[in-house]
Design a protein around this ligand. Sequence first.
Ligand SMILES: Cc1cc2nc3c(=O)[nH]c(=O)nc-3n(C[C@H](O)[C@H](O)[C@H](O)COP(=O)(O)OP(=O)(O)OC[C@H]3O[C@@H](n4cnc5c(N)ncnc54)[C@H](O)[C@@H]3O)c2cc1C
Length: 327
Amino acid sequence: MAEFAIIGAGLAGTTLANLLSRSGHIVALFEKNDQCGGRLTAHRADHWQADIGAQYFTVKTEAFQQQVNRWLTLGTARVWDVDPWVFEDRLEKNKKNSITRFVGTPTMASLIEPLDDSIQLYTQTRIDRLDKHNGKWRLWDAAGEHFGFFDGVIITAPLAQSLALLPPSHHLKDLSGNTAMKPCWSCALSFDSALSVEANAVFCNNGIVSWIARDSSKPERNTLTETWVVHFSASWTSNHLQATHNLVVNQALNFLRQIAMDDSAQVTDSYSHCWLYATGKAASNELSLWDQDQHIGIAGDWTVGTRLEDAWLSAYRLAKEIQQDQF
Ligand SMILES: Cc1cc2nc3c(=O)[nH]c(=O)nc-3n(C[C@H](O)[C@H](O)[C@H](O)COP(=O)(O)OP(=O)(O)OC[C@H]3O[C@@H](n4cnc5c(N)ncnc54)[C@H](O)[C@@H]3O)c2cc1C
């Protein structure tokens, strides 16, 4: 039995925390936000809600399929019966669509499973630095308080944030030659009536918007309120990192009205969020992410790919590596 600190409580961090705890380890989980979920977070208001990060997920591996079966049995995931359209300069049906898409219910954040009782969760705790003292890891926050001592530490933050936390000259810093993760402005809008668009989701490629979806068409959503989510392209977002909420909402609304060719539906509420590290992956997915000598590990979607399944797989594989290390 060892004592582990895990930094980041997104899908990778929470999955790993439960796996290590169930193997008999003592686990402390540190999250800079006030809740778990990371990029699966949903916006929730009085009469409406919307997934502002990940929109849906697909399944490629057998290991993840088993996890998805578990979520389906628990009722925390359902198939989203959707056939996304495409938009370049006009709206068109997509010809090649046979993929099963799933969503968390009632929001994508429901895919974050409850933590085992023994796991100690520290929210609103941003870890700034790590060091070793008498062979054990200590974690430091911005206020200079330290947490510890731990036998092992695992970082599950997005790429740049993870590399910043690694001790100087650690060999995993070599990952710094990798592509940076790309940003994404996300805007959610609720309307007083339905937008007259047949499509419930559209992959967009007009340089400004990358995706729109009628969030209220997903299973177990509040169907009484028409809700849309607009994701902006990485290039538009990069050029508008300092954009105001009003600018983002106006751009999103203009685009939806262009698609719907209708401006009768009125916005009743809106929310926007800029994801600075939305998606991106390490150049190699053959990385060994558990350092047996230093007892430090890395997990997170970017170590495997760019999707939610990759976040889950990274945690699953790292837990196995740690188990094989008989740590
Ligand atoms: C706009 C958008 C759309 C997406 N669409 C899809 C999609 O449709 N389908 C799909 O499969 N995937 C999609 N993704 C990707 C998917 O959301 C991610 O692959 C997955 O959620 C990543 O989980 P994670 O645990 O690896 O990272 P995260 O969810 O980013 O979790 C990392 C956690 O670490 C915390 N943290 C960071 N630094 C520190 C620190 N120093 N101290 C403490 N805590 C820290 C963060 O607050 C965060 O909670 C999308 C992502 C975005 C942003």
